[in-house]
Each structure stands twice: as C-alpha cells, then as structure tokens.
Write a protein that binds this ligand. Structure first.
Ligand code: TRP
Length: 329
C-alpha cells in the first residue's frame, strides 16, 4: 500500500481540520508507506497573497508535525518537487477538455465567470493526477468532495497506459474514511466549523489555550434536553449531535458509545467532560505546535528533507513517462 494525500494550506487550523483529515493521516502511518504534501502549487489557482502562501505552508507543516506525522512519512511541499509540474504537463496531453468540463469543483469555483477564471483552476485536477501518479500511489485518503478528481486520475492513468502501450500507472483507489466526521460550528449545528466564521467562539483553534477550549465548549449552543440513549435520536438536534460527534472522534469511540455512557444526562454534565477530554487530547498538540511556530526555519528544513526523499521516489516514474511519450531528456 502506498498512501498519498495532499492538503490545501490554510492558516489557523481548527478542530474540524484536525478531526476531518489530519488525525486520519497520523493513524495511516501504521498502514503503509505514506506521502503527505502541502498543495502550494494548487493554491496558485486561488486568491492567496504570496505572504499568506509562504506562511500557511509553514504553519500547515508545523501542524502536521505537531499532530504526529513523523519520519515514517514523507512530508513536503509540492513546489519543491518539480516532478509534479513536469508530469502534470505530460498528462495534459492525455486529459480531455470534456473530462475537465464535467468536474463539479471547476463548475462551482468558476461560477458564471468562466472566461475570468484562471486556466490553472480548470487544469487543477490534472495536477492532482500528477501528484498521485508520480509516486504510483495506490491509496488516496480524501474527502467525499474529491472522489470525482480521483475518478479522473484513474481515467488519465488508464488512457496514458493504453495510448502509449505501457503498464506504468496503477489505478489509485480513494480512501474515504468513515471515521472522518464533519465537525460543525459550536454556534450553529447547521454550518461547518470554519476559519472564516466571524465568531471565534464557533470553533476550537488548534492554538487555543486550555481555558479558552473549556470556555468555548461551555458556551457552545445546545438544547435543554438530556442526551438520549441512541445516537440516531439526535438527528433533529444538530448542536447536540455535533458535540457527541466531537467527543466520539476525540475519544476514538463510536458516537453510540458516547450516548451509552451519557444517556439521561444533560449538557451541564456532558460539556465539562467534553472540555476535559478536548484539553487532554489537544494540549500536547498545541504545545508542540507553539514550539514549532517559534522555529519556522526548522520546519522549513523538515520540508526540504521530505522533498529530497519525494524527488528521489518520483524520479523513475517521471523518467518512464518521459520515455513513454518519446521525450529525449
Ligand atoms: N484537491 C485536494 C483538496 O482540495 C488537495 C489535493 C491536491 C490532493 N492534490 C492531491 C488530495 C492529491 C489527494 C491527492 O482537498
């Protein structure tokens, strides 16, 4: 199993980012050879400033290290490994306009103003295919929203192999984690926890102090009813459901196990238990993160080390792709 995934860089990571993706990645290090990268090249299709791009890359890398990504994995930023861009260009000869035109993310992000959209937004999934195929990754942990890009990667890999009569690229499988919960805002159970929510009380940031974490859970919106004995009974109680989901994800148990434990109790009892658990799990990550953010050069050095390993790993595949299409390199 060769596992690879990329993540968009953002600043101010929160509990939703941690439980939704990062924690899954940390656990996967036991399951196979892992490559994790920061998609800084992909970020050129968005509206980040250069300063933000540089700082969020380091902050995201520091967060991954703080959360437990270690030497078992190869962690790097995409831009430091030229094979991604080089293979992307080759694969642009294979990908078809019609395929990319069907991508829902392209349609959503370009909106009505397609003429004004960056070309890179359209070819974004081809770079994603190159990310994956450069390492012959077999498994790609992604969210539900990236399934279509994975299908496209398989189509590109298959067409390349067929067109050039090679058996170069394996067809990667998406790993859609059932353990990856959707974490909602602490103020509104109908909205995703988000760094762009104007209320800081809506989210637990990974850099929040113990007191702030406790305060945010104490003030989280809930309802006056006690917890039921079945998780399904929380279907119409979005805020309550969210807190139970968070507890379960932090404790590595099922949401049903959480309601089994707290059935009949109100939020006056549940919230302090949740706050204690969150502090116990998040404080060590925050402390490591704070130290790493004080030594950004060291984080940069980790990325450079990862990039060197990644470059070496991608080299034979890039070379084989160049040879397959007849490029004299
Ligand atoms: N597009 C992915 C996202 O938005 C990030 C990404 C870029 C990625 N390249 C990848 C994910 C390769 C998996 C594999 O989440």
């Amino acid at each position: 199993m060769r596992i690879l995934s990329g993540i968009q860089t953002t600043g101010n990571l929160h509990l939703g980012n941690y439980l939704g993706a990062i924690k899954q990645w940390v656990a996967m290090q036991d399951q196979g050879e892992c490559l994790f990268f920061l998609a800084d090249l992909h970020s050129l299709t968005g509206s980040m400033t250069p300063a933000e791009r540089a700082s969020t890359t380091i902050e995201m890398a520091a967060t991954l290290l703080a959360a437990g990504i270690d030497e078992r994995s190869i962690m790097f930023n995409q831009a430091r490994v030229p094979a991604h861009s080089e293979l992307c260009w080759i694969l642009q000869g294979t990908a078809r306009m019609g395929w990319l035109n069907r991508m829902t993310q392209w349609k959503d992000k370009a909106g009505k103003n397609r003429d004004g959209a960056p070309v890179g937004l359209f070819t974004y999934p081809v770079l994603q295919a190159a990310d994956i195929l450069a390492y012959k990754a077999t498994h790609v942990p992604v969210g539900e929203d990236q399934k279509q890009h994975l299908e496209l990667t398989r189509d590109i890999a298959e067409k390349f192999n067929t067109d050039y009569g090679v058996d170069l690229f394996p067809l990667p499988e998406p790993l859609i984690s059932k353990a990856a919960p959707r974490i909602m805002s602490l103020r509104d159970g109908g909205a995703k926890m988000s760094k762009s929510d104007p209320s800081d009380m809506s989210r637990i940031n990974l850099i929040d102090s113990d007191d702030l974490i406790a305060q945010k859970f104490r003030k989280a919106r809930t309802d006056p009813d006690p917890l039921p004995d079945s998780f399904d009974a929380l279907a119409e109680r979005a805020e309550a459901r969210n807190l139970v989901t968070i507890y379960a994800a932090l404790a590595d148990v099922t949401p049903q196990a959480v309601v089994d434990q707290f059935a009949g109790q109100g939020f006056g009892a549940f919230k302090p238990a949740l706050a204690d658990l969150a502090v116990a799990k998040l404080a060590p990550i925050r402390d490591r993160l704070t130290r790493l953010l004080d030594d950004r050069a060291a984080v940069g050095a980790e990325l450079a080390k990862g990039a060197a390993r990644a470059t070496e790993m991608a080299a034979p595949t890039l070379r084989a792709a160049q040879q397959a299409v007849g490029l004299q390199i």
